[in-house]
Design a protein around this ligand. Structure first.
Ligand code: FAD
Length: 409
Protein backbone atom coordinates (compact mmCIF):
# COMPACT_ATOMS: atom_id res chain seq x y z
CA UNK A 1 0.00 0.00 0.00
CA UNK A 2 1.36 3.43 -0.96
CA UNK A 3 1.52 5.96 1.80
CA UNK A 4 -1.06 8.76 1.44
CA UNK A 5 0.36 12.24 1.88
CA UNK A 6 -1.57 15.51 1.84
CA UNK A 7 0.25 18.76 1.05
CA UNK A 8 -1.44 22.06 1.93
CA UNK A 9 -0.32 25.00 -0.21
CA UNK A 10 0.73 24.97 -3.85
CA UNK A 11 3.60 27.46 -3.58
CA UNK A 12 7.28 26.73 -4.18
CA UNK A 13 7.67 24.68 -0.99
CA UNK A 14 4.41 22.71 -1.33
CA UNK A 15 5.04 21.87 -4.99
CA UNK A 16 8.57 20.66 -4.22
CA UNK A 17 7.26 18.65 -1.22
CA UNK A 18 4.55 17.05 -3.38
CA UNK A 19 6.94 16.09 -6.21
CA UNK A 20 9.51 14.72 -3.75
CA UNK A 21 6.97 12.69 -1.75
CA UNK A 22 5.53 11.23 -4.97
CA UNK A 23 9.01 10.35 -6.25
CA UNK A 24 9.62 8.58 -2.93
CA UNK A 25 6.60 6.38 -3.65
CA UNK A 26 3.73 8.16 -1.89
CA UNK A 27 0.27 8.87 -3.26
CA UNK A 28 0.08 12.64 -3.00
CA UNK A 29 -2.76 15.14 -2.90
CA UNK A 30 -1.90 18.85 -3.15
CA UNK A 31 -4.42 21.42 -1.88
CA UNK A 32 -4.27 24.98 -3.24
CA UNK A 33 -6.84 27.64 -2.40
CA UNK A 34 -6.21 29.56 -5.66
CA UNK A 35 -7.49 28.27 -8.98
CA UNK A 36 -3.89 27.55 -10.03
CA UNK A 37 -0.73 26.59 -8.14
CA UNK A 38 2.33 28.86 -7.94
CA UNK A 39 0.76 32.32 -8.10
CA UNK A 40 3.53 33.95 -6.05
CA UNK A 41 6.25 32.24 -8.09
CA UNK A 42 5.11 34.18 -11.15
CA UNK A 43 5.94 37.51 -9.51
CA UNK A 44 9.36 36.50 -8.21
CA UNK A 45 12.54 38.20 -9.38
CA UNK A 46 10.53 40.86 -11.23
CA UNK A 47 8.91 38.12 -13.28
CA UNK A 48 12.25 36.42 -13.98
CA UNK A 49 12.41 34.16 -10.86
CA UNK A 50 15.74 34.30 -9.10
CA UNK A 51 15.37 30.71 -7.90
CA UNK A 52 18.71 30.24 -6.10
CA UNK A 53 22.25 31.57 -5.78
CA UNK A 54 25.79 30.26 -6.32
CA UNK A 55 26.87 31.69 -2.94
CA UNK A 56 25.08 29.88 -0.13
CA UNK A 57 27.02 31.42 2.79
CA UNK A 58 25.07 31.25 6.08
CA UNK A 59 25.20 35.07 6.34
CA UNK A 60 22.37 35.26 3.80
CA UNK A 61 19.90 33.56 6.17
CA UNK A 62 18.16 34.43 9.44
CA UNK A 63 16.52 32.09 11.95
CA UNK A 64 16.35 31.66 15.71
CA UNK A 65 17.76 28.16 15.06
CA UNK A 66 20.40 28.66 12.40
CA UNK A 67 22.01 25.22 12.88
CA UNK A 68 18.77 23.45 12.05
CA UNK A 69 18.05 25.81 9.13
CA UNK A 70 21.51 25.24 7.67
CA UNK A 71 21.26 21.47 8.06
CA UNK A 72 18.04 21.51 5.99
CA UNK A 73 19.69 23.74 3.37
CA UNK A 74 22.65 21.34 3.17
CA UNK A 75 20.37 18.40 2.40
CA UNK A 76 19.08 20.15 -0.73
CA UNK A 77 21.54 22.85 -1.68
CA UNK A 78 21.89 25.14 -4.70
CA UNK A 79 23.56 22.34 -6.70
CA UNK A 80 20.64 20.02 -5.94
CA UNK A 81 18.23 22.75 -7.05
CA UNK A 82 20.15 23.20 -10.31
CA UNK A 83 20.21 19.42 -10.84
CA UNK A 84 16.48 19.21 -10.16
CA UNK A 85 15.64 21.88 -12.74
CA UNK A 86 18.19 20.69 -15.31
CA UNK A 87 16.85 17.12 -15.10
CA UNK A 88 13.35 18.50 -15.53
CA UNK A 89 14.53 20.12 -18.79
CA UNK A 90 14.99 23.73 -17.71
CA UNK A 91 18.01 25.68 -18.93
CA UNK A 92 19.42 28.12 -16.39
CA UNK A 93 21.68 31.16 -16.30
CA UNK A 94 23.70 32.98 -13.67
CA UNK A 95 23.76 36.74 -13.14
CA UNK A 96 26.15 38.03 -10.46
CA UNK A 97 25.60 34.81 -8.49
CA UNK A 98 21.80 34.81 -8.88
CA UNK A 99 20.38 31.74 -10.65
CA UNK A 100 17.53 32.25 -13.14
CA UNK A 101 15.80 30.26 -15.84
CA UNK A 102 17.67 30.94 -19.11
CA UNK A 103 14.39 32.15 -20.59
CA UNK A 104 14.26 34.79 -17.81
CA UNK A 105 10.60 34.01 -17.28
CA UNK A 106 9.19 32.90 -13.94
CA UNK A 107 6.38 31.21 -15.85
CA UNK A 108 8.96 28.78 -17.27
CA UNK A 109 9.86 27.65 -13.75
CA UNK A 110 6.20 27.17 -12.93
CA UNK A 111 5.55 25.27 -16.19
CA UNK A 112 8.41 22.90 -15.39
CA UNK A 113 7.11 22.33 -11.86
CA UNK A 114 3.54 21.78 -13.07
CA UNK A 115 4.77 19.21 -15.56
CA UNK A 116 6.62 17.35 -12.80
CA UNK A 117 3.46 17.34 -10.66
CA UNK A 118 1.61 15.84 -13.59
CA UNK A 119 4.33 13.24 -14.31
CA UNK A 120 4.39 12.15 -10.67
CA UNK A 121 0.59 11.90 -10.74
CA UNK A 122 0.09 14.30 -7.87
CA UNK A 123 -3.62 14.88 -7.37
CA UNK A 124 -4.29 18.63 -7.54
CA UNK A 125 -7.20 20.04 -5.56
CA UNK A 126 -7.14 23.68 -6.67
CA UNK A 127 -9.70 26.26 -5.61
CA UNK A 128 -9.91 24.33 -2.34
CA UNK A 129 -8.98 26.08 0.89
CA UNK A 130 -8.05 23.90 3.83
CA UNK A 131 -9.75 25.02 7.03
CA UNK A 132 -8.29 22.67 9.60
CA UNK A 133 -5.83 19.86 10.18
CA UNK A 134 -6.92 17.46 12.89
CA UNK A 135 -5.11 14.48 14.36
CA UNK A 136 -7.30 11.47 14.79
CA UNK A 137 -6.87 7.78 15.60
CA UNK A 138 -7.44 6.96 11.90
CA UNK A 139 -4.71 9.32 10.65
CA UNK A 140 -4.49 13.04 10.04
CA UNK A 141 -7.66 14.65 8.87
CA UNK A 142 -7.56 17.54 6.43
CA UNK A 143 -10.80 19.49 6.46
CA UNK A 144 -11.31 21.77 3.49
CA UNK A 145 -14.19 23.94 2.33
CA UNK A 146 -15.26 21.03 0.13
CA UNK A 147 -14.93 18.04 2.44
CA UNK A 148 -12.62 15.98 4.60
CA UNK A 149 -9.94 13.39 3.87
CA UNK A 150 -7.55 11.31 5.94
CA UNK A 151 -3.81 11.01 5.27
CA UNK A 152 -0.90 9.21 6.93
CA UNK A 153 1.24 12.30 6.59
CA UNK A 154 0.39 15.97 6.04
CA UNK A 155 2.77 18.75 5.00
CA UNK A 156 1.68 22.30 5.83
CA UNK A 157 3.26 24.70 3.31
CA UNK A 158 0.80 27.61 3.39
CA UNK A 159 3.50 30.30 3.27
CA UNK A 160 3.64 33.24 5.67
CA UNK A 161 1.79 36.52 5.56
CA UNK A 162 3.81 38.30 2.84
CA UNK A 163 2.00 39.27 -0.37
CA UNK A 164 -1.39 37.98 0.91
CA UNK A 165 -2.85 38.81 -2.52
CA UNK A 166 -1.13 35.62 -3.72
CA UNK A 167 -2.94 33.43 -1.18
CA UNK A 168 -0.55 33.37 1.79
CA UNK A 169 -2.51 35.37 4.33
CA UNK A 170 -1.16 33.83 7.52
CA UNK A 171 -3.88 31.18 7.93
CA UNK A 172 -1.16 28.50 8.06
CA UNK A 173 0.01 29.99 11.34
CA UNK A 174 -3.49 29.44 12.78
CA UNK A 175 -3.35 25.79 11.65
CA UNK A 176 0.02 25.40 13.38
CA UNK A 177 -1.27 27.06 16.56
CA UNK A 178 -4.35 24.81 16.61
CA UNK A 179 -1.94 21.84 16.58
CA UNK A 180 -0.25 23.18 19.73
CA UNK A 181 2.59 25.25 18.23
CA UNK A 182 3.65 28.76 19.20
CA UNK A 183 5.25 31.32 16.89
CA UNK A 184 8.31 33.54 16.70
CA UNK A 185 6.74 37.01 16.12
CA UNK A 186 6.11 37.53 12.41
CA UNK A 187 7.14 40.83 10.76
CA UNK A 188 7.36 41.95 7.12
CA UNK A 189 10.84 41.56 5.58
CA UNK A 190 12.44 42.47 2.24
CA UNK A 191 10.23 45.52 2.34
CA UNK A 192 10.38 49.32 2.01
CA UNK A 193 10.89 51.51 5.08
CA UNK A 194 8.81 54.56 5.96
CA UNK A 195 10.63 57.73 7.01
CA UNK A 196 9.54 60.40 9.46
CA UNK A 197 10.92 63.45 7.59
CA UNK A 198 8.56 65.78 5.75
CA UNK A 199 10.85 66.27 2.73
CA UNK A 200 10.52 62.82 1.11
CA UNK A 201 8.10 63.94 -1.60
CA UNK A 202 10.68 66.52 -2.84
CA UNK A 203 13.10 63.71 -3.80
CA UNK A 204 10.57 60.99 -4.62
CA UNK A 205 11.78 58.94 -7.60
CA UNK A 206 15.46 59.84 -7.14
CA UNK A 207 17.85 56.87 -7.25
CA UNK A 208 21.41 56.97 -5.95
CA UNK A 209 24.25 54.52 -5.37
CA UNK A 210 24.74 54.57 -1.59
CA UNK A 211 26.15 52.89 1.48
CA UNK A 212 23.55 52.60 4.25
CA UNK A 213 23.94 52.01 7.95
CA UNK A 214 20.97 50.86 10.00
CA UNK A 215 21.13 52.29 13.52
CA UNK A 216 19.02 50.91 16.36
CA UNK A 217 19.06 53.05 19.52
CA UNK A 218 22.19 54.71 18.09
CA UNK A 219 24.05 51.42 17.53
CA UNK A 220 24.94 50.18 14.05
CA UNK A 221 23.06 46.91 13.40
CA UNK A 222 23.54 46.50 9.65
CA UNK A 223 25.44 47.94 6.71
CA UNK A 224 24.54 47.53 3.03
CA UNK A 225 25.61 48.98 -0.30
CA UNK A 226 23.53 49.45 -3.38
CA UNK A 227 21.03 51.56 -5.23
CA UNK A 228 18.68 53.49 -2.95
CA UNK A 229 15.34 54.73 -4.23
CA UNK A 230 13.52 57.60 -2.55
CA UNK A 231 9.75 57.40 -2.48
CA UNK A 232 7.17 59.88 -1.19
CA UNK A 233 6.92 57.90 2.06
CA UNK A 234 10.55 56.86 2.61
CA UNK A 235 13.20 54.49 1.31
CA UNK A 236 13.10 51.62 -1.15
CA UNK A 237 15.44 49.44 -3.19
CA UNK A 238 17.15 46.13 -2.52
CA UNK A 239 19.72 47.88 -0.32
CA UNK A 240 16.84 48.84 2.03
CA UNK A 241 15.05 45.48 1.72
CA UNK A 242 18.17 43.68 2.96
CA UNK A 243 18.11 45.50 6.30
CA UNK A 244 14.33 45.81 6.67
CA UNK A 245 13.82 42.72 8.87
CA UNK A 246 16.16 44.16 11.52
CA UNK A 247 14.33 47.50 11.36
CA UNK A 248 10.92 45.79 11.56
CA UNK A 249 11.84 43.81 14.69
CA UNK A 250 13.39 46.88 16.36
CA UNK A 251 10.30 49.01 15.58
CA UNK A 252 8.09 46.23 16.92
CA UNK A 253 10.06 46.52 20.19
CA UNK A 254 9.47 50.31 20.11
CA UNK A 255 13.18 51.02 19.58
CA UNK A 256 14.51 54.09 17.77
CA UNK A 257 15.58 53.25 14.24
CA UNK A 258 17.57 55.50 11.89
CA UNK A 259 19.21 54.98 8.51
CA UNK A 260 22.43 56.89 7.77
CA UNK A 261 22.97 57.44 4.05
CA UNK A 262 26.39 57.97 2.44
CA UNK A 263 25.89 59.29 -1.09
CA UNK A 264 29.58 59.00 -1.97
CA UNK A 265 30.47 55.44 -0.93
CA UNK A 266 33.39 55.16 -3.34
CA UNK A 267 35.12 58.31 -2.16
CA UNK A 268 37.70 57.86 0.63
CA UNK A 269 36.95 60.29 3.47
CA UNK A 270 40.42 61.92 3.54
CA UNK A 271 40.42 62.62 -0.18
CA UNK A 272 36.87 63.97 0.09
CA UNK A 273 37.79 66.34 2.92
CA UNK A 274 40.80 67.60 0.98
CA UNK A 275 38.69 68.06 -2.16
CA UNK A 276 35.87 69.92 -0.35
CA UNK A 277 38.42 72.19 1.41
CA UNK A 278 39.88 73.14 -1.97
CA UNK A 279 36.40 73.65 -3.45
CA UNK A 280 35.62 76.12 -0.67
CA UNK A 281 38.91 77.95 -1.26
CA UNK A 282 38.23 78.29 -5.01
CA UNK A 283 34.71 79.58 -4.59
CA UNK A 284 33.51 82.04 -7.25
CA UNK A 285 32.52 85.50 -5.95
CA UNK A 286 29.23 85.59 -7.82
CA UNK A 287 28.18 81.96 -7.48
CA UNK A 288 24.98 81.01 -5.68
CA UNK A 289 24.88 77.90 -3.49
CA UNK A 290 23.14 75.74 -6.14
CA UNK A 291 25.83 76.58 -8.72
CA UNK A 292 28.56 75.95 -6.17
CA UNK A 293 27.33 72.43 -5.40
CA UNK A 294 26.49 71.53 -9.01
CA UNK A 295 28.05 68.31 -10.25
CA UNK A 296 28.20 66.40 -6.98
CA UNK A 297 24.88 64.56 -6.68
CA UNK A 298 21.46 64.34 -8.31
CA UNK A 299 20.13 67.91 -8.60
CA UNK A 300 17.03 67.27 -6.44
CA UNK A 301 19.13 65.64 -3.74
CA UNK A 302 21.61 68.49 -3.68
CA UNK A 303 18.80 71.07 -3.35
CA UNK A 304 17.47 69.06 -0.42
CA UNK A 305 20.85 68.90 1.32
CA UNK A 306 21.35 72.66 0.77
CA UNK A 307 18.00 73.31 2.46
CA UNK A 308 18.70 70.85 5.27
CA UNK A 309 22.02 72.59 5.97
CA UNK A 310 20.07 75.79 6.60
CA UNK A 311 21.07 77.63 3.40
CA UNK A 312 18.52 79.59 1.40
CA UNK A 313 17.90 78.73 -2.26
CA UNK A 314 19.74 81.21 -4.50
CA UNK A 315 21.89 82.48 -1.60
CA UNK A 316 25.25 83.93 -2.65
CA UNK A 317 28.12 81.64 -1.64
CA UNK A 318 30.53 84.32 -0.46
CA UNK A 319 27.90 85.74 1.91
CA UNK A 320 26.70 82.34 3.09
CA UNK A 321 27.64 80.98 6.50
CA UNK A 322 30.79 78.84 5.93
CA UNK A 323 29.70 76.35 8.57
CA UNK A 324 26.47 75.74 6.63
CA UNK A 325 28.45 75.19 3.42
CA UNK A 326 30.64 72.67 5.23
CA UNK A 327 27.47 71.06 6.56
CA UNK A 328 26.30 70.39 2.98
CA UNK A 329 29.56 68.53 2.29
CA UNK A 330 29.04 66.55 5.50
CA UNK A 331 25.41 65.68 4.61
CA UNK A 332 26.64 64.11 1.36
CA UNK A 333 28.49 61.63 3.58
CA UNK A 334 25.82 61.16 6.21
CA UNK A 335 22.18 62.01 5.88
CA UNK A 336 20.26 60.60 8.84
CA UNK A 337 16.68 59.51 8.25
CA UNK A 338 14.39 58.44 11.09
CA UNK A 339 12.46 55.26 10.33
CA UNK A 340 8.90 55.22 11.65
CA UNK A 341 7.59 51.95 10.22
CA UNK A 342 8.19 49.26 7.64
CA UNK A 343 5.81 48.95 4.72
CA UNK A 344 3.00 46.40 5.14
CA UNK A 345 2.89 42.64 4.52
CA UNK A 346 1.14 43.42 1.23
CA UNK A 347 4.36 45.03 -0.04
CA UNK A 348 6.79 42.60 1.61
CA UNK A 349 8.51 39.85 -0.36
CA UNK A 350 8.78 37.60 2.69
CA UNK A 351 8.04 37.35 6.41
CA UNK A 352 10.58 37.04 9.17
CA UNK A 353 9.59 34.78 12.09
CA UNK A 354 7.04 31.99 12.06
CA UNK A 355 7.05 28.44 13.34
CA UNK A 356 10.27 27.90 15.34
CA UNK A 357 12.54 25.13 14.09
CA UNK A 358 12.90 24.03 17.72
CA UNK A 359 9.28 22.77 17.47
CA UNK A 360 10.04 20.42 14.57
CA UNK A 361 12.50 17.56 14.12
CA UNK A 362 15.47 17.76 11.77
CA UNK A 363 13.09 16.22 9.20
CA UNK A 364 10.68 19.13 9.75
CA UNK A 365 8.12 16.89 11.47
CA UNK A 366 6.06 18.53 14.20
CA UNK A 367 7.16 17.69 17.73
CA UNK A 368 3.59 18.38 18.86
CA UNK A 369 1.79 16.29 16.27
CA UNK A 370 3.70 13.38 14.70
CA UNK A 371 2.85 12.90 11.03
CA UNK A 372 2.45 16.64 10.43
CA UNK A 373 5.35 18.36 8.63
CA UNK A 374 6.07 21.98 7.74
CA UNK A 375 7.89 23.50 4.77
CA UNK A 376 8.66 26.93 3.33
CA UNK A 377 8.10 30.41 4.61
CA UNK A 378 5.74 29.32 7.39
CA UNK A 379 8.90 28.25 9.25
CA UNK A 380 11.12 30.74 11.07
CA UNK A 381 13.69 31.09 8.28
CA UNK A 382 14.08 34.04 5.94
CA UNK A 383 16.82 35.00 3.54
CA UNK A 384 18.15 38.08 1.87
CA UNK A 385 17.30 39.06 -1.72
CA UNK A 386 19.15 36.91 -4.23
CA UNK A 387 17.26 33.65 -4.54
CA UNK A 388 17.72 32.64 -0.90
CA UNK A 389 14.04 32.43 0.00
CA UNK A 390 13.16 30.18 -2.91
CA UNK A 391 16.20 28.03 -2.12
CA UNK A 392 14.78 27.65 1.39
CA UNK A 393 11.39 26.72 -0.10
CA UNK A 394 12.98 24.05 -2.35
CA UNK A 395 15.18 22.66 0.45
CA UNK A 396 12.51 22.53 3.15
CA UNK A 397 9.94 21.19 0.66
CA UNK A 398 12.34 18.45 -0.35
CA UNK A 399 13.20 17.46 3.24
CA UNK A 400 9.56 17.48 4.40
CA UNK A 401 8.34 15.61 1.29
CA UNK A 402 10.99 12.92 1.49
CA UNK A 403 10.65 12.44 5.24
CA UNK A 404 6.85 12.32 5.16
CA UNK A 405 6.89 9.70 2.40
CA UNK A 406 9.61 7.55 3.95
CA UNK A 407 8.79 7.68 7.69
CA UNK A 408 7.23 4.66 9.36
CA UNK A 409 4.36 6.48 11.08
C1 FAD B 1 7.04 40.08 -5.32
C2 FAD B 1 7.91 38.97 -4.77
C3 FAD B 1 9.11 38.69 -5.39
C4 FAD B 1 9.92 37.66 -4.88
N1 FAD B 1 11.07 37.35 -5.54
C5 FAD B 1 11.87 36.35 -5.09
C6 FAD B 1 13.01 35.93 -5.81
O1 FAD B 1 13.29 36.40 -6.92
N2 FAD B 1 13.80 34.95 -5.25
C7 FAD B 1 13.50 34.36 -4.05
O2 FAD B 1 14.25 33.51 -3.60
N3 FAD B 1 12.37 34.69 -3.38
C8 FAD B 1 11.54 35.65 -3.87
N4 FAD B 1 10.38 35.96 -3.20
C9 FAD B 1 10.04 35.19 -1.98
C10 FAD B 1 9.51 33.80 -2.36
O3 FAD B 1 8.59 33.93 -3.41
C11 FAD B 1 8.84 33.12 -1.17
O4 FAD B 1 9.72 33.08 -0.08
C12 FAD B 1 8.41 31.71 -1.51
O5 FAD B 1 7.56 31.72 -2.64
C13 FAD B 1 7.67 31.05 -0.34
O6 FAD B 1 7.20 29.81 -0.76
P1 FAD B 1 6.11 29.02 0.09
O7 FAD B 1 5.72 27.87 -0.76
O8 FAD B 1 6.60 28.79 1.45
O9 FAD B 1 4.89 30.03 0.24
P2 FAD B 1 3.94 30.68 -0.87
O10 FAD B 1 4.65 30.87 -2.15
O11 FAD B 1 3.36 31.86 -0.22
O12 FAD B 1 2.84 29.57 -1.12
C14 FAD B 1 1.85 29.23 -0.19
C15 FAD B 1 0.65 28.71 -0.94
O13 FAD B 1 -0.28 28.16 -0.03
C16 FAD B 1 -1.60 28.51 -0.44
N5 FAD B 1 -2.44 28.44 0.73
C17 FAD B 1 -2.38 29.22 1.85
N6 FAD B 1 -3.29 28.83 2.73
C18 FAD B 1 -3.96 27.78 2.19
C19 FAD B 1 -5.02 26.97 2.63
N7 FAD B 1 -5.59 27.13 3.83
N8 FAD B 1 -5.49 25.98 1.82
C20 FAD B 1 -4.92 25.81 0.56
N9 FAD B 1 -3.92 26.56 0.11
C21 FAD B 1 -3.43 27.54 0.90
C22 FAD B 1 -1.42 29.91 -1.01
O14 FAD B 1 -2.47 30.26 -1.87
C23 FAD B 1 -0.06 29.81 -1.70
O15 FAD B 1 -0.21 29.43 -3.06
C24 FAD B 1 9.54 36.94 -3.70
C25 FAD B 1 8.31 37.24 -3.10
C26 FAD B 1 7.49 38.23 -3.63
C27 FAD B 1 6.16 38.51 -2.99
Amino acid sequence: MRKRIGVIGGGAAGIMAAITAARAGAEVTLYERNERVGKKLLSTGNGKCNFSNTDMSPCFYFSRDMDRALSVLERFDNKAALRFFHEAGMLTKEKRGGLYPAAEQASVVLDVLRLQLQKEQVELLTGEKVKEVRADGKGIEVISEKGSRFFQGVIIACGGRAAPQTGSDGNGYDMAKALGHSLVPVVPALVQLKGGESWFSSVSGVRAETALKLMVEGRQEAEERGELQFTDYGLSGIVVFQMSRIAAYALRDKKKVDVCIDFLPDCPQEAYEEWSRKRLERMDEKENVEAFFTGMLHKKLMSLLIRLAGLKPGENCKKADKEKLRRVFALCRELKVSITDSHSFTHAQVCAGGLPLSQVTENLESLKQPGVYFAGEILDVDGKCGGYNLQWAWASGYVAGKSAAESNT
